[in-house]
Ligand binder design. Sequence first.
Ligand code: ZN
Length: 85
Amino acid sequence: MGNLVHAEPAELLAVIRLRRGVVGECRRVSHIVPLPATGPIPTELVALCGATILPSQAEVLDGIAGMPCEACLARQARRASLQLR
Ligand SMILES: [Zn+2]
């Protein structure tokens, strides 16, 4: 945790949104969550913006849908530009 940055090329990115009823509609933004390419799903998912999400409270989306988390999008854009160098 902390400031540790995971940048393994095998990393998967999932788009995850908290289920209806877990939080208010205004907080149901689509977070981008890095997942390990292998092994079990972690018991707590940490989005790029730092939000902690329990898998049981979340739904996985096919892509960015609804209202994206702006902090996640900004960090993803920055990661993508770093990887191009
Ligand atoms: Zn986010």
